[in-house]
Design a binder for this molecule. Structure first.
Ligand SMILES: *Cc1c(COP(=O)(O)O)cnc(C)c1O
Length: 424
């Protein structure tokens, strides 16, 4: 590959060579402070696909014209709406279709999965998470431990980076699992850490967890639609993700669940049940006893949320056309360019910052987390005043997420130019 250059002509040339560049036109780019924004927060809320409106409009029309008959007569019959999402969602996480279901919201799904896959005994009750995990995940695992009568301070083991380091070493994760071999019930990590942007070696973590007799699940809020996933082959037990970050399916959008096929067909796995998880062929016989559907679908509770799912269909359709492998190949170049531009600015000695995200592309997604030593908040505000939308995390980190579907190399160049013009 040609060496990167911090120049407008270089960025434009990279965009001209990018086979995915036209996908940007399929999204609404917000205008902020009077200018088209440099939107680099797809890790927090992905942009709106222009096609989303049509997908939702179809359901508005069918509801308007058909009322309850829409369940069977709508263009996309509502009774089966969740089915229309599974194939493309399975492509994104590297799963078989029957291992995936779209339902509910992320934290609710995390609880449903832990009901089935965190079943502590007196001897084996510990749960490993990342130190400084996303708060919702911390609250979820703490409350699960308490629900089973354990003290979270004893039951929850938090992985911490070594002194002076920002991210976790794979060998340390493995070692912690082995250190607790006999008392460990579950390893539950964010597949990509929301704060540092580190992508964990999910395959080896799942494998070591299994070696010691524990189960392993991932929260892929920052992984789905960002990195290449292979949940089936990695033998991950379960995973959950949201649809509104990299998957561009709207604020508070629906969520996805993966249950590995080795568990999906065991009707006797304890679970919290609802009518939508019941054998579809008999669902409307309204019979007494619950018989779960095979696969992830057997964890459904409620009838499908048509409107958030309509938006999700619009987005998954775009992912399907672009292809995760192509997106990932572009993502590596785009984030590499951001890394280069930041290093150029740092080398000019203007002000101090450190990228805490791993340098190895295999250990990160598209996001770079930049620790700004002084005046970080001021820099963040300055960027926003100049139409560059990045995100600020206390105490001193700016997260920048160039998304390969709609960000361009020119976006990165422009961001660099604004950072360079910052006077603290
Ligand atoms: C975004 C995010 C959440 C948010 O949970 P919701 O239930 O969708 O509100 C939870 N966990 C992680 C790791 C996240 O990144």
């Amino acid at each position: 590959m040609t060496a990167y250059q911090f120049s407008e002509s270089f960025a434009k040339e990279m965009d001209a060579q990018d086979a995915l560049s036209s996908f940007r036109n399929e999204f609404h780019i917000p205008v902020w402070k009077g200018k088209e924004s440099i939107y680099l927060t797809g890790n927090s809320l992905g942009l709106q696909p222009k096609s989303a409106r049509e997908f939702v409009e179809q359901e508005f029309l069918d509801w308007q014209n058909l009322g309850v008959e829409g369940h069977t007569e709508a263009k996309n019959p509502w009774l089966f709406y969740h089915h229309f999402l599974t194939k493309q969602a399975a492509e994104i996480v590297g799963a078989q279709e029957k291992e995936v279901v779209i339902m509910n919201n992320l934290t609710a799904n995390l609880h449903l999965m832990m009901v089935s896959f965190y079943r502590p005994s007196k001897a084996r009750y510990k749960l490993i998470i990342e130190g400084g995990a996303f708060p919702s995940d911390q609250y979820a695992v703490d409350s699960q431990a308490k629900f089973h009568g354990f003290d979270p301070k004893d039951a929850i083991i938090e992985l911490k980076p070594r002194q002076g380091e920002h991210t976790l070493r794979t060998e340390d994760i493995h070692q912690t699992i082995r250190d607790h071999a006999d008392e460990l019930a579950l390893v539950m990590l964010g597949g990509v850490n929301y704060y540092t942007g580190q992508a964990y070696d999910m395959k080896s973590i799942a494998s070591v967890a299994h070696e010691v007799g524990a189960l392993c699940g991932f929260d892929l809020a920052h992984g789905a639609g960002n990195i290449l996933l292979n949940l089936h082959d990695w033998e991950v037990d379960f995973a959950v993700w949201c649809s509104y970050k990299y998957l561009n399916s709207g604020p508070g959008g629906t969520s996805g669940v993966f249950v590995h096929e080795k568990h999906g067909n065991s009707a006797d796995i304890p679970r919290f049940a609802g009518w939508w998880g019941h054998n579809e062929k008999e669902r409307f016989l309204m019979k007494r006893d619950f018989i779960p559907m095979e696969g992830a679908q057997g964890w459904q509770l409620s009838n499908a949320q048509i409107f958030p799912m309509a938006i999700h269909r619009a987005s998954l359709d775009i992912f399907h056309r672009a292809g995760m492998k192509n997106l990932r190949a572009k993502s590596e170049k785009l984030t590499g360019y951001l890394e280069f531009v930041l290093a150029e600015i740092a080398n000019s000695g203007k002000f101090g910052f450190e990228v805490i995200t791993p340098q190895n592309p295999n250990e990160r997604g598209c996001q770079l987390s930049v620790l700004v030593k002084e005046n970080g908040k001021k820099l963040y505000e300055y960027l926003k005043d100049n139409s560059a939308i990045v995100d600020w995390r206390e105490p001193n980190v700016i997260r920048i997420a160039p998304v390969p579907l709609y960000n361009s190399f020119l976006d990165i160049y422009r961001l660099g130019k604004i950072i360079k013009s910052f006077e603290a």
